[in-house]
Design a protein around this ligand. Structure first.
Ligand code: GLN
Length: 547
């Protein structure tokens, strides 16, 4: 049975709980243990699928088709363990399950209450797959004391109580604010946060203290004393230049040792940190820089394209260069010529997106890249834009567009080279979608296989002709236009195994122009950069050498 580490946060939000959890996962792996990371979110949305990227950052999609919290992306990038639907749950999902059972009569007429019915549902979630790995790390979203989070805290308390002694530990993240006026780090908020935890029956075994200043030994001792944790289990967490420093940085300050000590695992297996040392070496000794223009919609919010940002960094690691990605609002190109904006970049990426706003600008960016021979990487909506651009400007279909935009306006304005698919094959069965399906449940989601054309650019990049990538979209390029577009030089180099759904397009004779219907960024890792991102950055490096 797995050992459990429950990770909670206090004092303020955004302390980097997800990163600390992911780094701990990586360190336990480095010591030879198998791990799985989980996220429990207190919000009432059933899943983040319908939340705006402005609200919640990126939606991370798993192989098995769940739309989850972006922290699962961190977990996957740090551990290489593919996240599953059962690795993320929200209060909304828990309540919805409980209410469904109530309607079915599963509770045999009992009065349904938070304790035990909601907490039992949470505990059932925690127990999923507990025989599969050595450690399950479960992060509770939000901060201790939040009203919505209480059932989760109660559930982890009960869970630990019901398991054998020593099978579960609690790790709590807090902040030590620094008062410049008195030159002091303050421990009181941490003390209060731990007090709050203890009031609901949870005593932390490990305290991770975020601080902008070095934490003096004296303060560490004080925290240990007042919070009732061992001094060597008070772990300082300082700001890092790159998130990928986290595993080595946390190792240096003894996080993994403190966790193993709390489980009384002795002697602790020696860690092999070579994977992270190599990543650090590539980060620190990068030579040169490439500038990438990311032309999209949610440009103000760092987290909206989290995985793309990270995958670009990984592409840089693969080529030992720094990647400077700059986010450009595509709407600008609807008013102005993209040339002067885009000329100074070594490559252009158009990421996924929803809705019509800004799409004409993305089409113009794709046209600019195609005509000027600048590397272009179109992801999901970015591929659809590239296809529409080719249809309009190469195949003479001036009114080519996507049904998505017509749906928004409720009238037919375009010839739909990208259309709303209602039925498709997944593995061995057929998926059907009705127009009245609830929002969030109507997309082609999760891993799908694709067949790649021999001799194509993508076949060379992947080094194989059979791939599997993750999807999240409602619309598809219409295969009936394939021949027409291929004649103009837009090659359909990747298709679904049944040949009905275009998965990859590339422009023949262009140094690097690729559109993919899926999201390769979701599978990239710092120690295993996705081949498309690695090669896209390689192509950008080539351009940078020419100018
Ligand atoms: N809006 C497009 C669709 O639903 C693209 C989605 C995306 O880029 N993830 O097909």
């Amino acid at each position: 049975m797995a050992r459990y580490v429950f990770i909670t946060g206090g004092v303020v939000s955004s302390l980097g709980k997800g990163l600390a959890s992911a780094a701990l996962g990586a360190l336990l792996q480095a010591r030879g243990f198998s791990v799985r990371l989980r996220k429990l979110d207190p919000y009432l949305n059933v899943d983040p699928g319908t939340m705006s990227p402005f609200e919640h950052g990126e939606v991370f999609v798993t192989d098995d088709g769940a739309e989850t919290d972006l922290d699962l992306g961190h977990y996957e990038r740090f551990t290489g363990v593919s996240a599953r639907a059962s690795d993320s749950v929200s209060s909304g999902r828990i309540y919805s399950n409980v209410l469904e059972k109530e309607r079915r009569g599963d509770y045999l007429g009992k009065t349904i209450q938070v304790i035990p019915h909601v907490t039992d549902e949470i505990k059932d979630f925690l127990a999923i797959g507990d025989g599969e790995v050595d450690f399950q790390l479960c992060e509770i979203g939000g901060t201790v004391g939040d009203i919505e989070g209480l059932p989760f805290f109660e559930a982890i308390r009960q869970f630990a109580q019901e398991r054998a002694r020593g099978q579960c530990i609690f790790m709590h993240l807090t902040l030590l604010p620094y008062l410049a006026a008195s030159g002091e780090l303050k421990t009181k908020p941490t003390q209060h946060s731990v007090k709050e935890l203890r009031a609901i029956g949870i005593a932390p075994d490990v305290l991770v203290c975020r601080s902008e200043q070095p934490i003096p030994e004296k303060e560490r001792g004080k925290i240990a004393l007042f919070c009732n944790v061992r001094p060597d289990a008070v772990i300082p967490a300082y700001d890092l230049k790159s998130i990928y420093e986290a595993p080595l940085a946390y190792h240096r300050v003894g996080l993994d040792q403190a966790v193993l000590d709390a489980f009384r695992i002795s002697p602790a297996p020696r860690p092999d940190l070579s994977r992270w040392e190599d990543v650090m070496d590539r980060l620190e000794r990068a030579e040169g820089e490439v500038r990438i223009a990311v032309v999209g919609k949610y440009t103000q919010l760092e987290d909206a394209y989290k995985s793309i940002r990270e995958a670009l960094t990984h592409g840089g690691l693969a080529n030992r260069v720094r990647v400077r990605a700059e986010w450009i609002d595509s709407e600008i190109f609807e008013r102005e010529d993209p040339g002067p904006f885009l000329e100074s970049y070594h490559a252009i990426l158009v990421p996924g997106g929803f809705g019509e706003r800004g799409t004409e600008g993305k089409i113009r960016a794709a046209q600019f890249a195609r005509e000027r021979g600048i590397p272009y990487f179109g992801i999901c909506l970015g591929m659809q834009m590239a296809v529409i651009e080719a249809a309009r400007n190469l195949a003479g279909m001036a009114d080519a567009g996507s049904e998505e935009f017509d749906h928004e306006f409720g009238e037919r304005r375009f010839t739909p080279v990208v259309y709303h698919l209602k039925e498709w094959v997944q593995g061995t069965h057929t998926v059907q979608r009705r127009p009245d399906d609830a929002k969030g449940g109507t997309m082609r989601l999760g891993a799908y296989a694709a067949k790649i054309d021999e001799g194509s650019l993508v076949a060379r990049i992947y080094g194989t002709t059979r791939i599997e990538e993750r999807h999240r979209h409602r619309y598809e390029v219409d295969v009936q236009y394939r021949d027409k577009l291929q004649e103009c030089g837009l090659r359909f180099s990747g298709m679904s195994p049944d040949g009905r759904l275009p998965e990859i397009v590339e422009v023949e004779g262009h140094p690097w122009f690729i559109g993919v219907q899926f999201h390769p960024e979701l599978k990239s890792k710092p120690f295993a950069p996705h081949p498309l991102f690695a090669d896209f950055i390689r192509a950008a490096v080539e351009v940078s050498r020419l100018v």
